[in-house]
Ligand binder design. Structure first.
Ligand code: AHR
Length: 491
């Protein structure tokens, strides 16, 4: 066991941690929406208005703040009018991400109902790639106008009298790739035209998100900041996926990996720290007042699909490796919360690094889900100063311990610590400046790195109670290899 020291200064307040950093993303892709979220009203699987009850409850438990929908690449092929009206009259389409039929039974009303049931904010990705300005303008009118307009009338005819309130609107997805293969200059022009006509109706205030860069494409950010300008976009998105091998042709298995591949996954995921730093530096030059937030609306591990499944469905399993990846990413987003105001893991259910997997009527919570559960107390907290002396592990010289500390208005402090080393246990003495500790409670997620939950053993990896000792001026936390610990302190 190695000893480390950590200093926490709760009086050195850094930035507000927007709850939306703990968001999810759901696309009409594979079995994410259909099967994963939506089973239909007549399904034998217990549901509320067609939405799985087990999934609603699971998202409520982690306090899911926001769900992005309907894509992804699919968003730039989605025509919202196909997904409203009587279900039996809806026009089916071919979903080109897998060439499968989509009967459009999950559309605007069903998505808004999902958000109501879970208590999360909607985040709608609008179609810029194959749609029209008018189509998007009509959708906003349909959803948010309380007066009399043909679109508001259509909404009423379709069963919803009152306009919905929603803020987050993405305008195009990956416009540098599947969303139209545009240059940043071309995209910026399209964005401005679309954004002009996405109006605020009936007191609803849109928060417009421009399509941002892929990973380290700093030129894209530079051009968007210069041409669109902060006053015209409240958010700029960033997509960054972690591929263990670094080779998109052979990404590696989600369950069968050795220590070397594990550490290269962690090293690859940590790159997002530098990537966010560089994009933030560019944004700071054009936007010193932080009018535009960085929105990491797709992140997570992308492995080879589970053998025997449709390659286009992007179905993969989820182990303790993914839990460590999630903890490390969430710490990085917390650390950058002065600029990063939302993040959405890809994807919510049955696609890529999911928090939930379903199979028929069964559902399981992945190790990644449990990290969201351990971290939920950071939502809407204030990040405070913390520093940990660290240990560097593997050939990549990765810092073994990652941490976040936040405080809430009621004075409670939340510390999350993760240990990405597979060999070493750490005893961390945390000095907490000028704080009287009245009570401590802690929980832990730890297991062998390949451990996972399966439909046969859904509770194989679960959060367990844990004891963090109080000592003079702070606490002592013992972090086993491959673990994530959450501590709550009340003073
Ligand atoms: O999340 C899967 C796909 O990855 C999304 O559709 C797209 O935006 C990204 O390339």
């Amino acid at each position: 066991m190695k000893n480390l020291r950590m200093i926490i200064n709760p009086h050195d307040r850094k930035s507000h941690i927007n709850k939306e950093i703990y968001g999810n993303f759901s696309e009409h892709l594979g079995r994410c929406v259909y099967d994963g979220i939506w089973v239909g009203k007549d399904s034998p699987i217990p549901n509320t208005d067609g939405i799985r009850n087990d999934v609603i409850e699971a998202f409520k438990k982690i306090g899911l703040p926001v769900m992005r929908w309907p894509g992804g690449c699919f968003a730039d092929e989605y025509h919202w009018q196909d997904g409203v009206g009587a279900p039996e009259e809806r026009k089916g389409v071919v979903n080109n991400w897998g060439h499968v039929a989509d009967d459009n039974s999950f559309g605007t009303h069903e998505y808004m109902r999902f958000c109501e049931l879970v208590g999360c904010e909607p985040y709608i990705a609008g179609n810029l790639g194959s749609g029209t300005v008018r189509e998007l303008m009509d959708w906003i009118d349909y959803m948010t106008f309380d007066g009399n307009s043909p679109m508001a009338e259509l909404r009423r005819k379709n069963g919803r009298d009152k306009a919905w309130k929603f803020r987050y609107l993405g305008i195009g997805n990956e416009s540098w790739g599947c969303g139209g293969n545009m240059s940043p200059e071309t995209y910026a022009e399209h964005y401005l035209r679309y954004a002009t006509f996405c109006r605020n109706y009936s007191g609803n205030e849109l928060f417009k998100v421009a399509c941002g860069p892929n990973a380290d494409d700093y030129n894209w950010t530079e051009v968007c900041m210069k041409k669109i300008r902060p006053e015209n976009m409240q958010g700029l998105s960033l997509h960054y996926y972690t591929v263990p091998t670094g080779d998109w042709g052979h990404k590696g298995s989600s369950t069968d990996f050795d220590d070397k591949e594990y550490y290269s996954t962690i090293c690859g995921t940590m790159r997002i720290d530098d990537i966010i730093t560089h994009h933030s530096e560019i944004m700071n030059r054009f936007d010193p007042q932080h009018k535009t937030g960085l929105i990491v609306d797709e992140w997570g591990c992308w492995y080879d699909v589970e053998p025997g499944t449709n390659p286009a469905f992007l179905y993969q399993l989820n182990t303790m490796r993914d839990a460590i990846v999630a903890a490390v990413n969430l710490d990085i987003f917390n650390k950058h919360s002065d600029r990063v105001i939302m993040a959405n893991i890809a994807q919510a259910v049955n696609v890529l690094q999911s928090v939930i997997l379903t199979e028929g009527k069964s559902m399981l919570l992945t190790p990644t889900y449990h990290v969201f559960e351990l971290y939920k107390e950071h939502q809407n907290g204030t990040l405070v100063y913390s520093h940990c002396t660290n240990d560097l592990v593997s050939d990549h010289m990765i810092p073994a311990v990652s941490q976040s500390v936040s405080v809430k208005d009621n004075g409670s402090m939340h510390i999350t610590l993760s240990n990405c080393s597979l060999e070493e246990e750490y005893e961390i003495k945390c000095s907490i400046l000028d704080t009287e500790i009245k009570s401590i409670s802690a929980r832990i997620l730890t297991d062998e790195v390949h451990a996972m939950n399966t439909f046969d053993k859904p509770d194989n990896v679960v959060i367990k109670p844990y004891t963090a000792e109080q000592c003079h001026g702070g606490i002592i936390v013992k972090l086993p290899p491959c673990s994530v610990v959450a501590v709550e302190i009340n003073g």
